[in-house]
Ligand binder design. Structure first.
Ligand SMILES: C[C@@](CO)(OP(=O)(O)O)[C@H](O)COP(=O)(O)OP(=O)(O)OC[C@H]1O[C@@H](n2ccc(N)nc2=O)[C@H](O)[C@@H]1O
Ligand SMILES: Nc1ncnc2c1ncn2[C@@H]1O[C@H](COP(=O)(O)OP(=O)(O)O)[C@@H](O)[C@H]1O
Length: 291
């Protein structure tokens, strides 16, 4: 069975940028405690959901190198079934636009969009807080994508305070390498004991990323991307643990100008910063259509 909002009605899963990232400690289980600022970008994966009544969860087009059982969308759908006893199933298709393992959070965002969309399409009625708590079990970045609002984040990224940030145009570049998040967080010389700062200290007091030095040393293409983009903007930054780097520009045309000079040698996008995830608008639109 296909429901309204099934085939042909895609749901966005936007990327995110970490506008700063500070490591302020470690939990007993080894996970690092962060302070970070998340903003969404208008570069999105697009997900479609074809609901069925027999409970099977499947992928229409599995991602290369990711076994279906490990795909975060499949895991999110199964988690919802296990939590609620829902007997419905779904075939999920993902139009993948976000580079994988690039620090743009595509996997987490796909998981969040799956939680939000299936909660609606399966008629589960879970509230946003419950969905965020479920999402945290899939990845530290999932809650902010479920919440859908640019945020100051603490803990491992799950304690969220909404932020109203400028929404500049960004050039985002994906160096040709895959950064392993676990490898960065286990580097012996990573700074992991910064004094916590306050939300109002961003951006004046600190807008760095504590992973940048290690990642630049370990991955020369990231260093090269930072240097090249840095020539067009004062502050080229690393998002999360990378590999993507980004810089903010005052207008689309100035961002495009920088992009033109870099395109050809680098995989890159010109994309707008967003304080509100397009997922929220999609959900409201669906809810409006079905009342
Ligand atoms: C650093 C951030 C910032 O947004 O983003 P990305 O660069 O991955 O997008 C995230 O917190 C990434 O969180 P998450 O998505 O859960 O990371 P994973 O890839 O699952 O982490 C791989 C491994 O890194 C270590 N890890 C991860 C997050 C964290 N706060 N402390 C850690 O020590 C853990 O050993 C974990 O098993
Ligand atoms: N739907 C998915 N999209 C992307 N990656 C996924 C997905 N499901 C599982 N993964 C796994 O998660 C890893 C991290 O993905 P991604 O979120 O794109 O990177 P990052 O956390 O660096 O932003 C991928 O390398 C892949 O193995």
């Amino acid at each position: 069975m296909s429901v309204v909002g099934g085939n042909g009605a895609a749901w966005p899963a936007p990327g995110k940028l970490n506008l700063m990232l500070r490591i302020v400690g470690q939990r007993p289980d080894g996970y690092h405690l962060l302070q970070t600022v998340f903003q969404f970008i208008d570069l999105c994966d697009w997900l479609s959901f074809d609901v069925n009544d027999h409970g099977a969860v499947a992928l229409a087009n599995p991602l290369p190198g990711v076994p279906a059982e490990e795909d975060l969308t499949v895991r999110a759908a199964r988690l919802l079934q296990a939590e609620t006893g829902c007997g419905k199933g779904v075939t999920i298709s993902v139009d993948k636009r976000l580079p994988m393992g690039g620090g743009l959070g595509g996997g987490s965002s796909d998981a969040a969009t799956t939680l939000v969309a299936l909660n609606h399409l399966w008629g589960l009625g879970l509230d946003a807080g419950r969905l965020q708590a479920l999402g945290l079990g899939l990845g530290a970045d999932v809650p902010v994508f479920v919440n859908g609002v640019a945020a100051w984040a603490e803990g491992v990224g799950e304690v969220l305070t909404p932020m109203n940030l400028p929404e500049p145009w960004f050039v985002v570049m994906a160096p040709d390498c895959h950064v392993a998040t676990g490898k960065v967080f286990s580097a012996p010389n990573l700074t992991r004991n910064r004094v916590p700062i306050k939300i109002e200290d961003f951006p004046a007091l600190w807008q760095g990323n504590d992973c940048l030095e290690i990642v630049s040393q370990m991955y020369p293409p990231v260093k090269a991307a930072l240097d090249e983009l840095g020539a067009f903007s004062e502050g080229a930054k690393l998002t999360g643990t990378g590999a993507c780097v980004f810089a903010a520009f005052g207008s689309e045309s100035v961002a495009e100008e920088a992009a033109r000079a870099l395109r050809g040698r680098w995989r890159l996008w010109v994309t707008k910063g967003l304080n509100r995830s397009p997922l929220l608008a999609r959900l409201s639109e669906r809810q409006g259509l079905e009342v």
